[in-house]
Design a protein around this ligand. Structure first.
Ligand SMILES: NC(=O)c1ccc[n+]([C@@H]2O[C@H](COP(=O)([O-])OP(=O)(O)OC[C@H]3O[C@@H](n4cnc5c(N)ncnc54)[C@H](OP(=O)(O)O)[C@@H]3O)[C@@H](O)[C@H]2O)c1
Length: 351
């Protein structure tokens, strides 16, 4: 199989390229800049330049391939980027599926998100039949719902098979930027109060999610969505695992959503002043207390499997420690154990 991957400089897209090669497939990486680093570094893949708003460049990038794996998107919270999130995630997906039809590619795997299956008020795992209800949903979540609708509708109109991958909170590295999922770890380590909050999420290692995308490209049923997740954990359990692996204390008190909201507002203001991405946002704070718990049973039918949350966190921590995302005073206070060191050794080697 020859697959073309959009968003190949991203955390998920880069690892999908690697997983394709490891499964014996050919991979063509679509990039929009000449900067090839992070997961794509020294990986044996063909790279082509194309942008989502240039249909001719997309068609040219896709010609001769059997499948498109569309990972390019803006994964960001906060009202400041809401319009961009909608444009890139929704209009960009329409362009990609249309370009696939024009290039003669019959199958597209679209990377959406588990958030499209909604969240629960209690610790209950949701499956692919789940939908968003009346709870607060950030613009990023809405863009992912609209992305799926547009992908299926454009596929039906143009005769392209569309399969949707819905990863949960993806942890790991290497990566070119600190995406909001890995930022959960940085946020806990830089929080002097070592607080936690109510509710929970589902965490998965990026290598598992990448292999899941390859399985869906090979065996996914057209018109279907597949949750690609890992272990369901409460926020307290997740923070305890981070604390244990990093050799720090906590978690201690459970912070109410109102306090998280106020802290996030400050973080967003600071980020705006410094022209950096905020470490936390009011969008995320408003989802506190909900359970983003999911089942990967449907994906298991095509061979998907996942490792424990602890391993995913150890691997992400190993990458975070070698990057620039932790201030020195925080890094100096960590006492990481053998598990994190081993995860660093296990980081994917160049092929
Ligand atoms: N990470 C998670 O926890 C998670 C969970 C569920 C779903 N997802 C989904 O997985 C996909 C990939 O996310 P990620 O975590 O890999 O994020 P990421 O590391 O930020 O990667 C995003 C990729 O999209 C590209 N991109 C962004 N805007 C673009 C534009 N206007 N035109 C063309 N390319 C553009 C980026 O290119 P540049 O490098 O050039 O900026 C990068 O390659 C997204 O659809 C996201 O919603 C992620």
């Amino acid at each position: 199989m020859k697959a073309v991957v959009t968003g190949a400089t991203g955390l998920v897209g880069g690892h999908v390229c690697r997983a394709l090669r490891e499964a014996g497939h050919e991979a063509r990486a679509v990039v929009r800049t000449a900067r090839i680093s992070g997961p794509l570094d020294r990986l044996d893949v063909e790279t082509v330049r194309a942008t989502l708003d240039n249909p001719a460049s997309l068609v040219a990038a896709m010609r001769g391939c059997d499948v498109v794996i569309h990972c390019a998107a803006v994964y960001a919270y906060g009202v400041a980027r809401a319009a961009e999130v909608e444009r890139v995630n929704v209009d960009g997906t329409r362009q990609v599926v249309t370009a696939a039809a024009e290039a003669g590619v019959r199958r597209v795997v679209v990377t959406s998100s588990s958030v499209t299956a909604g969240s629960s008020g209690g610790p209950v795992a949701r499956d692919e039949s789940g939908r968003i209800g009346t709870e607060y949903v950030p613009p990023y979540f809405i863009s992912k719902v609209r992305q799926e609708e547009v992908a299926f509708a454009t596929g039906a109109e143009s005769g392209v098979q569309v399969v949707v991958a819905c990863p949960t909170v993806v942890l790991g590295g290497p990566a070119n930027r600190l995406v909001p999922s890995n930022a959960i770890i940085v946020r806990y380590l830089t929080d002097p109060t070592r607080s936690t909050f109510a509710g929970g999420c589902n965490v998965v290692g990026v290598e598992d999610v990448a292999r899941g995308h390859v399985l869906l490209a090979e065996h996914g049923k057209p018109g279907e969505r597949y949750l690609l997740g890992g272990e369901n954990v409460s926020w307290r359990t997740l923070h305890s695992l981070i604390a244990d692996l990093a050799g720090v204390g906590g978690p201690y008190a459970e912070v109410p959503a109102s306090v998280a909201l106020a802290t996030s507002a400050l973080a967003e203001k600071w980020a705006q002043l410094m022209s950096i991405e905020p470490l936390s946002t009011r969008d995320e704070a408003l989802t506190i207390g909900r359970y983003f718990w999911y089942s990967a049973a449907k994906a298991a039918q095509v061979g998907y499997a996942f490792g424990p949350a602890r391993a995913a966190i150890a691997s992400a921590l190993a990458w975070i420690l070698i990057g620039e995302h932790l201030p020195r005073w925080v890094r100096d206070g960590l006492r990481v154990g053998d598990e994190v060191r081993a995860a660093r050794r296990l980081m994917p080697r160049p092929l």
